[in-house]
Design a protein around this ligand. Structure first.
Ligand code: G3H
Length: 195
């Protein structure tokens, strides 16, 4: 059975400032994760010559995968973070203060709430379909370097978690979730490489 390795990008500069969306590079800490991830992947997939690394089209995932040598890299726009529309670049505090109704609507139904001119979790789940089909077809291991909302949806698919849980699944930074699909079902391992 071949593993699928899921990870968020290393901490970004916007993560540090608690801003959502955007396209910033990594913080110093995020850069350290990128190095640790490369070491981990190169060891874990040492004899897996057909493996590949999939990222989103946003800087923070591409930079996170940069140090991983020896495998082809594929950028998918479908792996980009949930589009926060008009709230892109804001903090949750700012949204709460300036647009309290929007803030409350999202809190009430995070799965279905669609950011003005942006996406809902349901939208993200739908756009992931081609990625899932391709992941299912792969015979070799794949490392997916993506974002919190997207990885919640991908993880839920493989771990068979119900739709309503998706927006609330814990998806920590700097942690690799390894999923193995075998005949007896899905097995999962977690590797926390740093805080
Ligand atoms: O920037 C977006 C976040 O990664 C998604 O988090 O859906 O829990 O607000 P959230």
């Amino acid at each position: 059975p071949r593993p699928i390795l899921l990870t968020r990008h290393g901490e970004s500069r916007d993560n540090v400032r608690a801003r959502i969306g955007g396209d910033t590079p990594l913080s110093a800490k995020g850069e350290i994760y990128a190095k640790k991830l490369a070491n981990f992947v190169e060891k874990r997939l040492k004899n897996e010559r057909a493996a590949s690394i999939w990222t989103s089209t946003l800087q923070r995932t591409i930079i996170t995968a940069n140090n991983i040598a020896g495998f082809p890299k594929v950028q998918w726009r479908a792996l980009d973070e949930i589009n926060a529309g008009v709230f892109d670049g804001m903090t949750y505090e700012e949204i709460k203060k300036n647009m309290p109704d929007e803030y409350e609507s999202r809190k009430r139904d995070k799965l279905r709430y669609r950011y003005p001119r942006g996406e809902s979790y349901l939208d993200v789940i739908q756009r992931l379909e081609p990625v899932i089909i391709e992941l299912e077809r792969q015979r070799a291991p794949v490392v997916v370097v993506s974002h919190q909302a997207v990885l919640r949806a991908l993880y839920a698919y493989f771990a068979d978690r119900p739709l309503h849980e998706i927006p609330h699944i814990e998806m920590p930074l700097h942690t690799i979730i390894e999923i193995q699909m075998g005949v007896t079902g899905v097995q999962e391992k977690r590797y926390k490489l740093m805080d």
